[in-house]
Write a protein that binds this ligand. Structure first.
Ligand SMILES: [Zn+2]
Length: 271
């Protein structure tokens, strides 16, 4: 079973401690900085990947000092991270506050149908061969998501109603492009001519002028490639594109960006 880790959501914790009083919330986090230094998933020490400190004597404190410290710790193994910003105001006695943003760990089974498509895309960028393990329905939604960005148009998921093998429709012109998606159990499967012909039939019946056949197989057979070319030559359709493993992998990589420092969005902007 292949696992996907997803850290796209976060949780915020805050605390405030007035001069000499007990903190109003998250008291343990005020005093035990060790607690935020361990990855809750891997149980190993995290590394400091960002640290800033500033000490000022602002006028509004009338001689008092204002310290601010921000750091980010990240797990070198799985990528989990936590950003913490502490503020200390000292006029005689200290007043402290902190805000902490932590990534929420979600772990999915790659072949489950409940994995978010964004998480699948990010995972496949580095593990594209595992595309054969994803759920059939997610395969269709994956192609939908990638094509939506690649062709910058709306892509309708026809899904279960299965209109003669039409899984997706690219709404890119008056004559929409129909798409068939095949997730094969082996990358070495060769897409034969019959599937390509059959889908052409579905496209013609739908009065579509363009079709795209996407497969996770590494190759289409020569007769399959010739059939797609012949369909254009005799004017059955204007275009018939075949996407094999490499071709689809290339556009997935092109359209999927991996943010290696997602915590940057939560940083103080003034540094
Ligand atoms: Zn970890």
């Amino acid at each position: 079973m292949k696992k996907i880790l997803d850290y796209s959501e976060t949780v915020t914790q805050r605390g405030h401690q007035d001069r000499g009083k007990t903190p109003d919330q998250n008291e343990d986090l005020f005093f035990d900085r060790e607690k935020d230094g361990v990855c809750p998933f891997c149980k190993i020490q995290t590394q400091i990947v960002h640290c800033d400190y500033q000490l000022t004597y602002p006028e509004w404190l009338e001689g008092g000092e204002f310290d601010i410290q921000e750091d980010v710790k990240q797990c070198g193994n799985c990528g989990w991270w936590r950003l913490r910003c502490d503020k200390v105001t000292t006029v005689g006695i200290e007043a402290r506050s902190f805000v902490m943003e932590s990534a929420i760990l979600k772990s999915y089974d790659l072949s489950s149908r409940y994995v978010p498509i964004e998480a699948i895309r990010k995972y496949l960028v580095e593990n594209f061969g595992d595309v054969i393990h994803i759920h059939d329905r997610n395969m269709e939604r994956l192609v939908q998501s990638v094509f939506r960005e690649y062709f910058t148009c709306d892509v309708e998921h026809v899904g279960r109603s299965h209109d003669g093998g039409i899984d997706l429709i690219l709404v890119n012109s008056d004559s929409p492009t129909v798409v068939q998606v095949k997730r094969r159990k082996s990358l070495d499967h060769v897409e034969g001519v019959s599937g390509v012909r059959e889908f052409l039939g579905a496209a013609v019946l739908k009065k579509s002028r363009s079709c795209i056949y996407v497969s996770t197989s590494r190759k289409f057979s020569d007769p399959a490639i010739e059939a797609a070319q012949q369909a254009i030559k005799v004017g059955s359709v204007q275009s018939y594109e075949l996407y094999d493993f490499d071709r689809f992998c290339d556009i997935l990589k092109l359209t999927t960006s991996i943010d290696h420092a997602p915590w940057k969005a939560y940083m103080r902007k003034e540094w």
